[in-house]
Design a protein around this ligand. Sequence first.
Ligand SMILES: C[S@@+](CC[C@H](N)C(=O)[O-])C[C@H]1O[C@@H](n2cnc3c(N)ncnc32)[C@H](O)[C@@H]1O
Length: 325
Amino acid sequence: MRLKHLFVEFLKSRGIECISTNSRKVLGEDPIAYIARNFVSGKFRIFEGQGRFSFDLDGNRIDACRYVAWKSREGIGREEIEDRLGDFPYLVVDCSLAGLHSEKELRSLKKQVNWTLRVVREFMWDERYVVAGMDTGTSAQHFPSVEDFLDQVRPGKVILLDPGAEEEFRGENADCYIIGGIVDKTGNKRGTTALIYERLVKNGYSVERRKILLRGDVIGVPDRINHIAEIVLRAVMDGTSVEEAILSVQSRKIARWRLRKEIVKNSEKIKRNSRSFRVIRKSFFEDVKTWLNVELEDFYRCASDMGIIVVDVDFNPAKIFNVCG
Ligand SMILES: C[S@@+](CC[C@H](N)C(=O)[O-])C[C@H]1O[C@@H](n2cnc3c(N)ncnc32)[C@H](O)[C@@H]1O
């Protein structure tokens, strides 16, 4: 359950059916998520009054509401749902390998780490987001290292997301998910997430490693830190399948990488007049489009990039060509 759903449940249990607040910032994001995270961060309390911007509990703007969430010493506060907040996991980005990055990669790393805060805010609140080994100037929690965080907070089950892991991530619950603060623009950091795992184990921490796969392969899984965060949080907190979570963040570009691989794997080799060709049936597109964010034009483009001919559904190579093994 996302924080905003818990918050709505809580308001309803108090007979509160709408909420208002005064900051214009509420208009820039999901209003209920905004009010909920400020409430659990202890910045807002809820009391009778009229704020400037009012919403029903589905987040629709309404004319007025007699409850306001705003700065006050009075009213309902975070402590009243404190006992439910422990169920939310921590999401940690380990930036200890920042030294391996070029200037360009470092800039991208900072952006991705900051975008991850936006993702976390859709599901939880800033306190649950931890950045280790890098100062971001945001309201995420900062620790010198993941080890410092683990020593201080002592979460139970810890999962490190690692594309090189043996075991697959299937949306398992954990108290803490660690993502490597690694940006791989040059392609020379393959396997570096394992360095984080080895270091944590060497330092005496118990960590499980999991890889995120799309139908058995990491190709097609977006690997930006903010995307990995969103996949994990959707699967864990919304209860969607990992595949659905991947599709919700997968760009067409990343989908095309996987599409190329699938086209090659599913193409047939045929021979005519001692020349061989590879063909792929157009109907194959109907299959892949259910689990890759691709359009028919991507299918033609990828096939053509690899010199593979797209043929009609009723194409029968045996009638026209000699089919090779
Ligand atoms: C850009 S990736 C870097 C991966 C790195 N090149 C490697 O091979 O270990 C950044 C981080 O996202 C997470 N990540 C990316 N793809 C993943 C996948 N398919 N499964 C699990 N974690 C993944 C990992 O935590 C990783 O450290």
